[in-house]
Design a protein around this ligand. Structure first.
Ligand SMILES: O=C(O)CCC(=O)C(=O)O
Ligand SMILES: [Fe+2]
Length: 254
């Protein structure tokens, strides 16, 4: 599985690429039924705040069935196409936006952020960054009101400039003030759709105003050298993406 030249150019400009229906229905069905069982049987309302920071269904973090959403769908080939080479992914993260009506006040909107930098619950000097986020849709996300991920197309370039010029390690601000004010573009999709997002694209999630849970599986992919150059990768958006160095970003809007 590989990316077209046009897809690479789009990723360069937007920092985001969407492949509809990449994960086969049987893989999606198996993952959904495991997550659903965990949500119904193991989760309590008290778990929601911590799970929202880390992962839902933590006991499934290294399950082969969940990992197959990344390893058996062609997503690994797409990640290799962007990064040139990628370290193996060994865990999945499940993020559920629970229905607000059922669990009022337990899952507030997340602030605009990039993953792994100045996490509110961690030491701000600790970086837990990576290169590429792969997200697999596991529920119907056709209405932005259901707690859709909202992202800022092109925000990876603005964030790299901010990290280079304004930011220093230990600051608690997660993004530049002008980015914090943005609401972003909702990522809408159906089960099996896959999102590839550059690590510097700022994003947020709102409350889920629908009566059913919104479910995503996420995989964090790193260039093999990422861990040894986290600070540099915040300031140079293409350091972890050698195959994209010479790809021109399109100037047209689709
Ligand atoms: O719930 C989501 O879709 C994404 C949440 C998020 O941004 C995160 O866990 O870092
Ligand atoms: Fe995030």
């Amino acid at each position: 599985m590989s990316l077209t030249a046009e897809e690479k150019a789009t990723f360069k400009r937007d920092g985001v690429l969407i492949r509809r229906g990449l994960a086969a229905p049987d893989l999606v069905k198996r993952a959904v039924s495991l997550i659903d069982a965990s949500y119904r049987k193991n989760m309590t309302a008290d778990d929601i705040p911590a799970y929202s920071r880390r992962t839902f269904a933590p006991e499934l973090g290294d399950s082969t069935e969940l990992l197959s959403l990344y390893t058996e769908t062609g997503a690994t080939g797409l990640a290799d196409d962007l990064l040139g080479d990628a370290a193996p992914v060994t865990t999945s993260q499940i993020q559920i936006r629970v229905p607000e009506r059922e669990f009022p006040g337990l899952q507030p909107e997340k602030a605009m952020h990039v993953d792994g930098v100045s996490c509110p619950h961690l030491d701000p000097r600790e970086l837990r960054t990576f290169s590429l986020l792969v997200g697999v849709v596991l529920s119907n996300i056709s209405d932005p009101q259901c707690g859709a991920l909202h992202y800022l197309p092109g925000g990876h370039l603005a964030m790299a400039r901010w990290f280079a010029d304004q930011w220093s390690l230990g600051m608690t601000e997660q993004v530049a003030p002008e980015i914090d004010r943005e609401r972003g573009t909702p990522f809408l999709g159906m089960p099996g759709d896959v999102l590839l997002m550059h690590h510097l694209v700022p994003h947020t999630v709102a409350q889920n105003l629908m009566p059913f849970p919104r479910v995503m599986a996420y995989f964090r992919v790193s260039h093999p050298d990422h861990a040894s150059r986290r600070l540099e990768a915040l300031r140079d958006p293409w350091l972890d993406y050698p195959p994209l160095t010479d790809v021109p970003a399109p100037t047209f809007q689709e």
